[in-house]
Design a protein around this ligand. Structure first.
Ligand code: UDP
Length: 314
């Protein structure tokens, strides 16, 4: 018997991760219904899909009821602002999409008997007191700080996802996404990769926050999306970290970008934003064992592609 073409719904399909996920799903034979309301997403990220008969776009705020005709096999809930600067500007929308948006996306999955995956985040660990972060760590989050709107919305999203799993038996997956980079990040989203690369390409000062000793670990987008795809197709319903464990300080990262772009930029120090996590690095033992996943793209390779993309944007 010929197997039916799978149908996926991607919320946040015009965003950085949502658009790369959409491309991967199309390349693996899915029909994709992409949703976005362009609060932080951009039509530029999905323009290339115009005319693709397997892609349909629905302009929708996913905090409102989602109505779709026909079968749906997979719901991938990626809609959300994801940069600290964005969610500082629009904290209420950030909380609504993480809470009400997750509720609507779960409701759709339940109604269609589809599998559901929520894009959670390393932010649920807050300013972590366990390093590297394992999935069984509960986190150190300030509810009332400037990042609380994002962190708590994502924590709520995880809790609601488990509730739908337990009460309604929805097949759910939770991915905790660590810092990711690559083409289609927004130039002015304030995150460290677009900030440093655009500053370096224009020979402007590189703005290192604090003393630059805080650490992050950066995963190239194609690696991340592959891990997420494997998680959805696995049978594992508890959270899984996906990220690259190669940890570096923001000062080291600034130096690497200056070298990679052959920039004349100098480093300047700016105040450290409130509640900025001091260190972050995923423990990916679960992803390695359960998903047989491991990042493949080196920072040098990934940065080369990312820099080439930003050259067309600055
Ligand atoms: N950062 C920086 N300069 C910038 C932007 C960010 O030094 O122009 C630092 C920020 O303080 C944080 C790290 O880079 O320690 C990563 O910040 P980002 O906004 O990318 O995301 P986060 O990992 O904090 O969610």
């Amino acid at each position: 018997m010929k197997s039916k073409q799978p149908v996926s719904v991607v919320t946040g399909a015009a965003g950085f991760l949502g658009s790369h996920l959409t491309d991967l799903l199309l390349s693996r034979g899915h029909k994709v219904i992409g949703m976005d309301n362009f609060v932080t997403g951009s039509v530029d990220n999905i323009n290339h899909l115009g005319g693709n008969k397997n892609f349909r776009f629905v302009e929708q705020d996913v905090t409102e009821f989602i109505f779709l005709e026909g079968p749906v096999n997979y719901v991938w809930h990626f809609a959300s602002p994801a940069s600290p600067i964005d969610y500082l500007k629009i904290p209420i929308q950030t909380m609504k999409v993480g809470s009400l948006g997750t509720h609507k996306a779960l409701g759709l999955a339940k109604f269609k008997k589809a599998r559901f995956l929520v894009a959670s985040t390393s932010e649920i660990y807050g300013d972590p007191l366990v390093h590297p972060q394992t999935e069984d760590y509960w986190g150190n989050v300030s509810t009332i700080g400037p990042r609380g709107c994002y962190d708590e919305a994502k924590r709520f999203a995880e809790a609601l996802t488990m509730a739908y799993h337990r009460e309604h038996n929805v097949a759910t997956r939770i991915v905790r996404i660590f810092n990711t980079y690559g083409p289609r990040m927004r130039l002015n989203d304030g995150r460290v990769v677009p900030a440093f690369v655009s500053q370096a390409l224009t020979n402007k000062p590189i703005t290192v926050f604090g003393t630059g000793t805080q650490t992050r670990a950066f995963c190239y987008v194609s690696d991340l999306i592959e891990g997420i795809y494997r998680l959805m197709m696995s049978e594992h319903n508890l959270p899984v970290n996906i990220g690259n464990p190669r940890e570096m300080t923001m000062l080291e990262f600034a130096d690497a970008i200056i070298k990679a772009t052959k920039s004349r930029s100098k480093i300047v120090f700016k105040p450290l934003p409130q509640d900025d996590p001091k260190q972050r690095k995923p423990d990916i033992t679960k992803a390695r064992t359960i998903l047989k996943w491991e990042p493949q793209v080196t920072l040098a390779e990934g940065m080369k592609k990312t820099i080439a993309y930003f050259r067309t944007k600055v």
